[in-house]
Design a protein around this ligand. Structure first.
Ligand code: KG4
Ligand code: ZN
Length: 365
């Protein structure tokens, strides 16, 4: 039995988790800072760092207590190294280094993006698919506040990015739209709630880079995303509706705007993912990251993905930022070097590097 302590601080969630053998989540403690950032309409990096600094000792305590273990029982520590907000990441990385030194544990720097994908395998038997050659190629749709990307995973562990967003991420677009509609932060969950009884067909927002408007789609953008045009279109719509800055939007109109906007974002995500599923004869489609919590996206994927394709929708608790996905992925780092660890010299990184291999895929190949 191998117990990995996962630590996550890439954005506005301070999280610690204890995961057994990469599969069983013994605890997943998350302290959200949403209330602290809401007043600013988005995450303020320095504020996030300060919040992490005060939250980590009690979040760690909660994770160990819930798992009913002590630091002595932990075999290794995995911490989010990037991508993310540097001031926020530095707090988690430094906290993890201190813990690892103090308790003599191997420490691993883990990629947050790969962690999100791994999160889709937590909390169910879907984990078994990883070792099933017939479940490949897999396609991961990673949709969060920072990423919108399609990654193809092969049975031999190789991976390839098919496309990214060329401007805003899907979650970022929902957050910005919520701000325009004066709904608050974070936008995704509030937009979903506001869209509840709205008419998603009332406003026909654009579906950029899908070829939907009859515009030819260049090969290089076949799997790329773009969301900033939908946001601009919402801005123009609000201007046309002649709603003044300080004026409240009438509830039905607000619901229709939110529903139509959300529909445009979801439609683009589903079209792009389904195109890649067909083009690459994908056997397993994974949806991960904060936006994968979205009920409308989950419904559309469930309805449209053929029954011959495994559909893995990450559990909501493992969609948004958490440390279970980091502890789970950390297990594969630990196994790969027999618990030696990355040492204490590594730094945090802000941007997503090119991913060419996924540690947890095709483990027995
Ligand atoms: O994965 P995550 O917690 O953090 C990043 O790594 O970015 O994702 C946060 C994003 C935010 O943009 C938030 O608005 C969005 O996920 N989100 C949602 C929902 N819940 C969170 N978007 C749509 N529908 C939701 N239910
Ligand atoms: Zn994230």
């Amino acid at each position: 039995m191998t117990l990995i302590l996962g630590i996550e601080s890439s954005c506005d969630e301070s999280a610690c988790a204890v995961v057994r053998d990469g599969v069983e989540v013994l605890s997943s403690a998350v302290a959200s800072q949403i209330a602290r950032h809401a007043a600013h309409g988005g995450v303020v990096p320095e504020l996030a760092a300060r919040e992490h600094l005060s939250a980590f000792p009690r979040v760690l305590d909660e994770a160990l207590t819930t798992a009913n273990v002590s630091m002595a029982d932990i075999d290794g520590i995995a911490v989010t190294q990037g991508p993310g907000l540097i001031p926020a990441l530095l707090v988690g990385v430094n906290f993890a280094k201190g813990l690892a030194m103090r308790h003599g544990k191997p420490l691993y720097g883990v990629n947050h993006f790969a962690g999100h994908i791994y999160g889709a395998f937590l909390g169910s038997r879907d984990h078994e698919l990883l070792e099933d050659e017939n479940a490949y190629p897999m396609l991961a749709l990673v949709v969060s506040g920072g990423h919108t990307s399609l990654l193809l995973l092969h049975a031999d562990g190789h991976a390839r990015h098919l496309g990214f967003t060329i401007d805003d991420a899907a979650g970022e677009a929902l957050d910005k739209a919520a701000k325009l509609l004066k709904l608050g932060y974070p936008g995704g969950p509030i937009m979903q709630k506001t869209a509840g009884n709205g008419d998603k067909k009332r406003f026909n927002f654009p579906r950029p880079l899908t070829g939907a408007a009859g515009k030819a789609l260049s090969e290089e953008n076949r799997y790329n995303f773009s969301f900033s045009g939908i946001k601009t279109s919402l801005l123009y719509t609000l201007e046309k509706l002649d709603i003044a800055e300080d004026q409240a939007i009438e509830p039905q109109l607000l619901a229709d705007l939110a529903a139509s906007f959300q529909e445009a974002v979801v439609d683009v995500l589903v079209r792009k993912a389904m195109r890649a599923v067909r083009d690459f004869n994908v056997k397993t489609l994974i949806a991960a990251g904060g936006v994968a919590c979205n009920a409308s996206l989950r419904e559309r994927l469930t309805a449209e993905v053929p029954t011959s394709v495994n559909l893995l929708l990450a559990k909501p608790a493992y969609c948004t930022d958490n440390a279970a996905m980091i502890g789970g992925l950390g297990f594969y780092h630990y196994m790969a070097d027999n618990g030696r660890g990355d040492g204490f010299g590594f730094d945090a990184f802000a941007r997503l590097p090119e991913i060419t291999a996924i540690r947890f895929a095709g483990r027995k190949q």
